[in-house]
Write a protein that binds this ligand. Structure first.
Ligand code: GLU
Length: 466
């Protein structure tokens, strides 16, 4: 058995290009448990080198999700965008050592070659050193040796061996001078003295490149790796943000407890080795070993998560249950209250004005629904067009208004009210209620779109041929 170094250093290194994914939450948790168990250090690094895709609100989302889950970090957040000097000097060192070459192949050339010679779309493995001057304005590629094999230590998947011939001359710097992901990733792990790289299996194919760069930069002994298994949905398909609910924030907003979420995430690819399924943080830290992580894909099943959550809810002392459920209700209520205040005569009327925002799906008034479907021949088309325009709308009242107007225009419904009625019924369930655009804004894009889709399904089920 391998011994763990005296004081391991691990990191979570998310890219702020989208919502904080449950997979990232699981990776963060496994790093955190390992660090806590071994008396190590858990570093937070934001990998924001892809300037075209980063969003500051996603950095905020990373921090707040980690805080909500209770995964406190010991160092950071370090931002790669503030560490350019380090990457530039590593690139200079690679140029000096002759480890990289300049490449002027365009994307179009690369794609055509992939088509002609047979390779996955965009495969850049046919690029070769043609002795171009490195200068400042060309992409730099790593000169991968063509022969031999490369092996690294992986605590989860044995120690995989890769033939070097299968590894392309991968890019390390873009033609605009920005470092590519793999370079910044390696330079930072070395600079931050990371001893264990615990990350998702989707990065396994990057690891041979990582190892080549690490060696070329003279960093010494390679960190130990642990590639965590993929996470599939309950149907066995890879968890995808298009199809599945994957943002940690969404589970928080839907009323899950952080301790239940953490407990469930811990079981995605790991178990304490007995049949315990309910474990507090202390018990998890006590039992956690990277060597016990399984390599088979894990299944993320929201129904199981809900079962774990209900266990935790039932276990709360009554006063705490009251307090925490009120806190959740208040967080839903705050943005809604001003919309409702104008439209009620008594508090008792608040409920029917606001329930749409609390329920997973609205309660649809069947009579009103059928009446509206009969009256409006384009009911289904309106829903379809609204899904399209709201998917890309700017998420404020003005943007939502524009999206619904253009949905109406698209299907040739002149009167904005006719365009709005199907949307209102699908989203809120009733023809009356808080103002539509404001209500939709509060509900958020994902929930709105999912309700419109349920509306389509309902419509289809009622008249399967129509
Ligand atoms: N930034 C990478 C990601 O978000 C993680 C890289 C790593 O953990 O090495 O997928």
């Amino acid at each position: 058995m391998r011994t763990v170094q005296a004081s391991p250093r691990v990191r979570i290194a998310p890219s702020p290009t989208g919502y904080f994914h449950v997979g990232t939450g699981r990776t963060a948790l496994f790093n955190w448990m390992f660090a806590r168990r071994e008396g190590g250090t858990f570093v937070l690094r934001i990998e924001d080198t892809d300037t075209a895709r980063n969003r500051p609100e996603h950095v905020e989302g990373i921090l707040s999700s980690l805080r909500w889950l209770g995964l406190d970090w010991d160092e950071g957040p370090y931002l790669q965008s503030e560490r350019g000097e380090l990457y530039r000097s590593a690139i200079s060192a690679l140029v000096e050592r002759g480890a990289v070459y300049a490449c002027d192949c365009t994307t179009a050339q690369i794609q055509q070659r992939a088509r002609e010679r047979g390779g996955p779309p965009g495969y850049d493995g046919f690029c070769r050193d043609r002795g171009l001057d490195a200068g400042d304005s060309l992409m730099l590629r790593f000169k991968t040796p063509r022969e031999g094999t490369l092996q690294f230590m992986d605590l989860v998947r044995g120690d995989p061996t890769f033939p070097l011939a299968a590894i392309e001359d991968f890019g390390v710097r873009k033609s605009n001078g920005e470092p590519l992901f793999i370079l910044a990733n390696v330079v930072d792990d070395a600079d931050m003295a990371i001893t264990h790289v615990v990350r998702g299996e989707d990065h396994t194919s990057n690891t041979p490149k990582y190892a080549l760069l690490w060696e070329a930069l003279g960093y010494g002994e390679l960190p130990v790796f642990a590639h965590l298994p993929l996470i599939n949905n309950a149907q066995g398909k890879k968890l995808s943000k298009r199809r599945d609910k994957v943002a940690v924030e969404d589970f928080r907003d839907d009323g899950y407890l952080a301790e239940a979420m953490v407990n469930y995430l811990a079981l995605l690819g790991w178990s304490p080795g007995d049949d315990r399924e309910i474990l507090g943080l202390d018990e998890m830290v006590e039992a956690f070993r990277l060597e016990d992580v399984k390599s088979a894909p894990a299944i993320f099943d929201e129904r199981k998560l809900a079962a774990v959550n209900s266990h935790y809810l039932r276990g709360l002392p009554e006063a705490e249950f009251v307090e925490r459920s009120q806190e959740w209700l208040r967080s839903r209520w705050a943005p809604l209250a001003p919309l409702v205040q104008e439209r009620v005569r008594t508090f008792a009327e608040v409920y029917t004005m606001a329930d749409f925002a609390y329920r997973p799906e609205p309660v649809v008034d069947q009579v009103e629904w059928r009446k509206a479907v009969r009256k409006n021949a384009k009911f289904g088309e309106v829903l379809e067009a609204a899904i399209e325009t709201l998917s890309v709308a700017t998420w404020d009242v003005e943007g939502i208004h524009q999206a619904l107007s253009s949905a109406g225009e698209k299907v040739g419904v002149a009167n904005l009210r006719d365009a709005q009625a199907p949307v209102r019924l699908a989203v809120m369930g009733r023809p009356v209620g808080p103002p539509l655009m404001e209500g939709i804004e509060v509900l958020g894009r994902d929930r709105t779109l999912s309700r419109l889709r349920s509306g389509q399904v309902r419509l289809h089920e009622e008249s399967p041929t129509g």
